[in-house]
Design a protein around this ligand. Structure first.
Ligand code: NAD
Length: 278
């Protein structure tokens, strides 16, 4: 069965839109976009469209590829101190000559809508209230929406990045799953993936997960977004894996829309905390 991220996101966004419509002042997000990376431009557009539909305010601060680090720092500081700004997002990747870790740390963690700041990552790893990275949060929201049981299940995640694999593992652990994280140095990968009740692919290699790597009846979550010949292809060989999976996310219309949905929910959460709304 398909885990329809588009449909689920639309449904959850509708509920959020209603809550936003009741606010006097609208939640406001400032996106900092540096350079002209085509994928980043399209992600930012998606975020802008969704947030606008929900009645939230989004500004895109599009800076040239050769922008000076001090200019980016000044902009972040300006937004940190502007009480009308509820969320700040630095669209990644940024040009190599800039230090993304340093810039993310400069964002006030109470406006860190992406949940990438050390404080928010620390809060997650201490199982405390905080902003969770949008892609892992979106995946958890999707599984919850379809009432897919997690407790006691063996979750295998392929990929250990700070924005997807690592935080997602902790979120599954907190739902009482048994979690295995695999990565580029993992040996006997398919032996491990074949034990997964829930298999997550977050690698960035088109059709990397083939049918022989998946247990019959597994839930398969495809995080990958790969552009091949102008088409978006996931990390899972959907055509051959779909018949043996109990549930599977498509690409596109799977994890992508859920990520943006989670981001909008994060912005609302930041707003509520700043404006002290229950
Ligand atoms: P990343 O490059 O930071 O991490 C990739 C991970 O894959 C690494 O941990 C690496 O160890 C692992 N890996 C690489 N080769 C491997 C191999 N042969 N065997 C096992 N593991 C291997 O990537 P990321 O930022 O985590 O993103 C992963 C994918 O998810 C990308 O395609 C990205 O575009 C996509 N993504 C999608 C969304 C979304 O909203 N749908 C959000 C974030 C990322």
């Amino acid at each position: 069965m398909l885990l329809d991220g588009r449909q689920t996101a639309d449904l959850l966004n509708e509920k959020l839109k209603l809550k936003v419509s009741l606010l006097d002042k609208k939640p406001r997000l400032e996106i900092i976009l540096i350079g002209d990376d085509a994928a980043s431009l399209s992600y930012v557009k998606g975020k802008l469209q969704t947030a606008s539909k929900l009645g939230m305010l989004v500004n895109i601060n599009h800076l040239p590829v050769d922008v000076l680090e001090t200019d980016v720092i000044n902009l972040i500081n300006k937004f940190n101190h502007d009480k009308d700004v509820n969320g700040i997002l630095l669209q990644l990747p940024i040009p190599k000559k800039l230090n993304s870790d340093k810039l993310i740390e400069l964002i006030d963690y109470k406006k860190d809508v992406d949940g990438f700041h050390t404080m928010n990552q620390g809060l997650l790893f201490q199982k405390k209230e905080g902003i969770r990275p949008a892609t892992p949060l979106g995946i958890m929201m999707l599984l919850e929406h379809y009432n897919i049981p997690i407790e006691g299940k063996h979750v295998v995640i392929i990929g250990r990045s700070q924005i997807v694999g690592a935080p997602l593992a902790k979120m599954f652990l907190d739902k009482n799953a048994t979690v295995t994280i695999t990565h580029s140095r993992t040996k006997n990968l398919s032996y491990i993936t074949n034990q997964a009740d829930i298999l997550v692919a977050a690698i960035g290699k088109p059709k990397f997960v083939t049918k022989d790597m998946v247990k019959v009846g597994a839930v398969v979550i495809d995080v990958g977004i790969n552009r091949v010949d102008g088409k978006l292809i996931g990390d899972v060989d959907f055509k051959h894996v779909e018949p043996i999976a109990s549930y599977i996310t498509p690409v596109p219309k799977g994890v992508g829309p859920m990520t943006i949905c989670a981001l909008a929910h994060n912005l609302y959460k930041l707003y509520s905390e700043q404006e002290k709304i229950k």
